[in-house]
Design a protein around this ligand. Structure first.
Ligand SMILES: C[S@@+](CC[C@H](N)C(=O)[O-])C[C@H]1O[C@@H](n2cnc3c(N)ncnc32)[C@H](O)[C@@H]1O
Length: 346
């Protein structure tokens, strides 16, 4: 195996263990230890170029097997998938047999980069926007950069269980998010009003398209049933939403949107969750410059907020930060689990 490929499977196994997917961790370890080039699928993975990590080859491979299992065409392998806790030898024997029988399907599934939309990140967005509502007392015009299927643009339509008997939203909502809030909690009674919603993505995922929906679900780790259930429910709810995610590049879209005349009495909120790392330095600089320029013109009647949940190299999770204009001060709002399982509010 190309050492880069091996390293990618090993580090993905570690990440899966820390993010609560022991099954996917085992899969990644098995791929690293036992995959051979006797199939098209195996040969393609083993000879993947040095971009294996950036191309998320381990997630492509795990997604390919999960897609096959979900399709109902690999019964013997499906029988060993979670919730069953199969022994590694038993699991690998079934994987080898599935690779032999479904080599072309698995090989072709590797073509596209994994793309998901993690709906539990909505928990962080809820807290951030409740604070903005309390601070400005104005309706919010939401703009999401890298919105994927747009599931988090509807964060206010979900129900949240936030620990210690805290909850928010309609308990009958189709989507139920469990996320432990700790620290300096946002004001759950602030009256959130959303004036408008808009989003962009270079590759928007269409919740109306069954193939796209199935692919998104296949990338979710097979032992994370609650995550699969939540995203399925959010995708299904999204088919009736009144907005679409525009197909656009982040930098161009932000520049265009910020050049529009702001409506007095509305807080413009631009946000992104786990997107910044995918943007080139040039695009990051263009976006930063566009905010500085528009922020300089913001007034108390037309506040502008740029907020995000991003890795920023923090070992404990994704940082929540925001810049608020007028003023333009950068503020740290908290730290969140990558999949929204908890948020520590600053
Ligand atoms: C890891 S996903 C996160 C999706 C979503 N924000 C979430 O938290 O579930 C990164 C997203 O950024 C989008 N993206 C990457 N580069 C982009 C660009 N230059 N312009 C617009 N979207 C981009 C990808 O298509 C993908 O949907």
């Amino acid at each position: 195996m190309n050492p880069h490929v091996l390293g990618t499977f090993r580090s993905q196994a570690e990440a899966c263990r820390s993010l609560g997917s022991p099954f996917t961790a085992t899969l990644c370890d098995l791929f690293a230890e036992r995959l051979t080039d006797s199939s098209r699928f195996g040969a393609r993975i083993l000879n993947w170029p040095d971009s294996a990590k950036d191309d998320a080859i381990a997630l492509r491979a795990a997604g390919a097997l999960h897609a096959l299992v979900r399709s109902g065409r690999a019964r013997e392998l499906a029988a060993l998938y979670p919730p069953l806790e199969a022994k590694p030898d038993q699991l690998w024997a079934a994987i080898e047999a599935a690779i032999e029988k479904h080599d072309d399907f698995l090989h072709d599934f590797l073509d596209s980069p994994p793309q998901t939309n993690e709906v539990s990140r909505s928990s962080a967005l809820l807290g951030l926007t409740l604070r903005l509502t309390e601070r400005f007392g104005k309706p919010l015009a939401l703009h999401e950069i890298g919105a994927s299927a747009g599931l988090n643009l509807a964060f206010d339509s979900y129900h949240y269980r936030l620990g210690d008997d805290l909850e928010w939203g309609d308990p009958k909502a189709l989507v139920d998010i469990e996320s432990l809030w700790r620290g300096n909690l946002p004001p759950l009674d602030a009256e959130l009003v959303i004036a408008s919603r808009a989003g962009c993505d270079r590759n928007p995922l269409d919740p109306h398209n069954p193939d796209s929906v199935e692919r998104q679900l296949a990338y979710i780790w097979a032992d994370q049933h609650q995550r699969i259930g939540r995203v399925s429910a959010a995708l299904s709810a999204a088919t009736t939403r009144p907005y679409v995610v525009e197909k656009a590049d982040a930098a161009e879209w932000v520049e265009t949107r910020l050049a529009e005349e702001p409506e007095p009495g509305i807080t413009r909120v631009f946000f992104h969750t786990i997107v910044w790392q995918y943007l080139s330095r040039e695009k990051q600089e263009r976006i930063t410059a566009a905010f500085a320029e528009a922020g300089a013109k913001a007034t108390d009647e037309t506040p502008l907020v740029w907020m995000y949940m991003e890795a920023e190299g923090h070992p404990g999770g994704a940082v929540l930060k925001q810049t608020v204009w007028p003023g333009g001060e950068k503020e740290t709002a908290g730290l969140s689990d990558y999949h929204g399982r908890w948020v520590d509010w600053a």
